[in-house]
Ligand binder design. Structure first.
Ligand SMILES: C[S@@+](CC[C@H](N)C(=O)[O-])C[C@H]1O[C@@H](n2cnc3c(N)ncnc32)[C@H](O)[C@@H]1O
Length: 270
């Protein structure tokens, strides 16, 4: 273990916070535990020298490696399952009846290792079973962590990670790799576009607005100002009548947003 001083922690915190909104100022043990290996691999024995290396890195590779270590990517299939029921029973029927040009746009922002967008893709595939060929229903799934996105793109999950999925989904949307592993099949993979995207980027690079945005258990790590700023940009990128799903512990203040409250952790653009 390489100890980090309070001053080193504050410098690193400010850099990471400005870059991606994740606060490390009270996370001394997390930083020491998770960044230790990176320092050793790169041959540094102090956080000050590693910090200078980070500052001088023009390629962006060093901050990406840091983010891969310090971001919390914990997720699982069917997380906050009530959201998926609402999506299937209320949101999709409404969108099917109202969306123009059969061009459905769903964004899973902070998708981590893919369980959330794959769950959405399976619900959508079942829902549009008859009409699937005539709808463009690909999901955009983004995250800042390259490591999490690599796992998402591979779509490989062990039986324990899959235990909450219904048997018919396992049979329809996964290939069995061995006794303990399944992989999302190519047909379902094609329904998701995985991209690296930092929610702190001031400009969202999307040409069209979304009918539904899922950003669950991501803003929990951000302070209120950052969270409100991102929510406002989500609002601008939501189609009128479109939905925002956030994590259950991340409620919005009515006075901070133009979204209308629908039910806990579900909001709608009027
Ligand atoms: C706890 S996971 C949530 C995954 C999934 N949405 C869920 O609810 O289970 C949070 C994810 O947010 C991502 N994240 C954190 N800061 C981010 C940022 N500034 N831009 C994009 N993604 C970010 C992390 O890399 C991580 O994969």
């Amino acid at each position: 273990m390489i100890p980090i001083s309070e001053q080193e922690l504050q410098l690193l915190h400010q850099y990471v916070y400005d870059y991606c909104g994740i606060a490390l100022n009270k996370k001394k043990h997390l930083v020491e535990g998770r960044l230790y290996k990176l320092l050793r691999e790169e041959g540094f024995n102090s956080y000050s020298s590693y910090y200078n290396y980070l500052l001088n890195d023009k390629s962006g590779a060093v901050i990406k490696a840091v983010i891969d270590q310090i971001s919390t990517n914990h997720t699982f299939f069917m997380r906050e399952n009530k959201h998926f029921s609402i999506f299937k029973d209320q949101v999709l029927p409404h969108l099917k009846a109202t969306v123009k040009n059969r061009d459905l746009r769903i964004w899973s922002a902070g998708c981590s290792s893919g369980e959330e967008p794959y769950t959405l893709a399976m619900i959508i595939a079942d829902f549009f079973a008859e009409d699937k060929a005539i709808w463009d229903k690909r999901i955009l799934a983004t995250d800042i962590s390259i490591r999490a996105l690599e796992k998402a793109k591979a779509g490989m999950y062990n039986t324990d990670e899959m235990k909450s999925l219904p048997e018919n989904w396992r049979l329809s949307y996964f290939n069995k790799i061995d006794t303990n592993k399944y992989q999302v099949n190519d047909k379902l993979k094609k329904e998701i576009i995985f991209r690296r995207f930092n929610l702190m980027d001031k400009e969202f690079p999307f040409k069209k607005k979304f009918h539904v945005i899922f950003c669950r258990n991501v803003m929990i790590y951000f302070d209120n100002a950052t969270k409100n700023d991102i929510i406002n940009r989500f609002y601008d990128y939501t189609e009128p009548g479109g939905y925002l799903f956030i994590g259950h512990s991340e409620a919005l203040n009515r006075s901070d947003t133009n979204y209308k409250y629908v039910m806990p952790a579900v909001y709608r653009k009027g």
